[in-house]
Design a protein around this ligand. Structure first.
Ligand code: GLC
Length: 467
């Protein structure tokens, strides 16, 4: 299966003027509709890049980083509006002209994407990948080039700029990351906050301490401190915290407010009371005024562990939750992108009646094999490789036989996804990365950051909430 996966991954490589620059999202010959699955997506390339780095093939990763950096400098427009300079593309495509024998690039910064949303995650993944490349090859020269330093600063300028914010979290539109359709993940979604935290930490390690670099480093430190505090205090949910919210008073005014966001206890969904185990916890999907999205999102929670946004205790608790709620979060195919699914009226209102995101399908409670590599990394980091082994075994029983689908449907993930592509590259790469990491856990260093003891902000335990 590993051999087949490598063959498939290599078949997905995209060349630009003879050089490998990325991997195509899916090579699904059976599917009539290509949409944009014939493009190289920034987020989709990350597991491919990890596989190549772990296999000692860094060139394609370097080419990808430089190509996307070049695309960043394009002028980006949607109608008459110009996008921020630092925005990285969601995806790009290489057009081959067989007559003229030329290759040209076309990039999509959100102006062609369904829903016209700019990918906030792309820039963060780019920074994270640059660090992974540097860490894996020991080649500091790429990150130190003026071009890469500038690229990083442009991304940072976008997300560190001052505005009307009252929170250190990053305000986003719906669909600006892996879940790239309307799914009620606007506001302060966990996926973006965790990637933001991780990218800030990676940039801090790679910025050159010249005058401008130092200024950025200071801004990063200040933001990390506030972001870490905010997330660990307000996004964290465990049995105790849920019980506290359940007993919240509302309409509190001034600094003494315990229920800071005025969350009305009646808005707590029924499912969470049964779902929350006594042992375990997680970062909820979203926190904003009078709104707590209690849904579980796998990617954000895994990145929280890997970036050490989660404290060691919180990381253990997230793994405990996955074990305790294995059937719900893993089922027969790792891993549920979100839990639970939105159904009925809630589905119509929140998704805008999206027929692709019906209950337990796609982004709405579907199971995505690509997430296996992030789960495996989180398992290794927390010293629980047996959980990853169990998940990989499940994937191995079907993934290859089913033709590497993009996602599975159903409460347990038993069905091939309704509109899932076959030979989805990140499903293939995700599997390979998981296998390689388990075999050689030292690969973890590429995608994991240790807890920063010196600059660790004070942690507020849930007990102090009620004090
Ligand atoms: C879907 C996914 C998105 C992915 C793209 C290409 O749109 O939602 O996350 O990047 O497909 O695979």
């Amino acid at each position: 299966m590993v051999g087949e996966a490598w063959d498939a991954l290599r078949r997905s490589i995209v060349f630009f003027r003879g050089q490998p620059v990325g991997t195509i999202a899916a090579i699904d010959h059976a599917s009539e509709e290509v949409l944009n699955y014939d493009q190289v997506f920034v987020r989709d390339f990350v597991p491919s890049a990890m596989a190549f780095l772990m296999n000692g093939e860094p060139d394609i990763v370097k080419n990808f980083l430089l190509k996307t950096l070049h695309l960043q400098s394009w002028e980006k427009r949607i109608d008459r509006f110009k996008l921020g300079e630092g925005v990285m593309p969601a995806s790009f495509k290489v057009n081959h002209d067989p007559v003229r024998k030329t290759d040209t690039l076309v990039a999509d910064f959100g102006e062609s994407t369904i829903g016209r949303v700019a990918p906030v995650d792309s820039g963060f993944w780019w920074i994270i990948l640059l660090r992974a490349y540097t860490k894996s090859t020991g080649d500091l020269s790429l990150a130190e080039t003026p071009e890469c330093q500038k690229g990083m600063k442009l991304i940072l300028s976008l997300c560190l700029s001052e505005g009307f914010d009252t929170f250190p979290t990053l305000l986003c539109a719906d669909g600006c990351s892996m879940i790239d359709r309307r799914m009620g993940v606007y506001g302060y979604p966990i996926e973006i906050q965790a990637l933001f935290f991780m990218a800030l930490r990676c940039a801090l390690a790679m910025l050159k301490p010249d005058v401008e670099g130092k200024e950025f480093m200071e801004r990063i430190l200040t933001r990390l401190n506030a972001l870490g505090y905010h997330m660990r205090s307000y996004f964290w949910l465990d049995f105790q915290q849920l019980n506290d919210i359940y007993r919240y008073k509302t309409e509190e005014y001034s600094h003494t407010a315990v229920n800071k966001f005025n969350v009305i206890p009646d808005s707590i969904p029924d499912w969470i009371f049964d779902f929350m185990p006594t042992r375990g916890g997680y970062f909820v999907g979203n926190v904003s005024p009078a709104k707590m999205d209690f849904r579980w999102f796998a990617l954000g929670n895994c990145i929280a562990i890997l970036s050490s946004l989660a404290t060691p205790e919180q990381s253990v608790a997230i793994m405990d939750l996955i074990e305790e709620r294995w059937e719900e979060l893993v089922g027969v195919m790792p891993l549920k992108i979100s839990y639970p699914a939105l159904e009925g009226d809630e589905w119509s209102i929140v998704t805008g009646c999206d027929p692709k995101n019906t209950r337990w399908s796609y982004h709405n409670g579907g199971s995505w094999p690509v997430l296996l590599w992030l789960l495996t990394a989180a398992c290794i980091k927390t010293g629980r490789p047996q959980i990853a082994r169990r998940a990989i075994e499940l994937a191995e029983s079907r993934l290859w036989k089913d033709g590497w689908p993009e996602y599975y449907d159903g409460k347990l993930g038993r069905y091939n996804g309704k509109q899932a592509r076959k030979f989805q590259t990140w499903s293939i790469a995700g599997y390979l990365v998981s296998k390689m990491m388990l075999e050689d856990p030292s690969h973890l260093g590429m995608i994991s950051l240790e807890e920063d003891k010196v600059k660790k902000p004070p942690i507020r335990r849930s007990a102090s909430w009620t004090a």
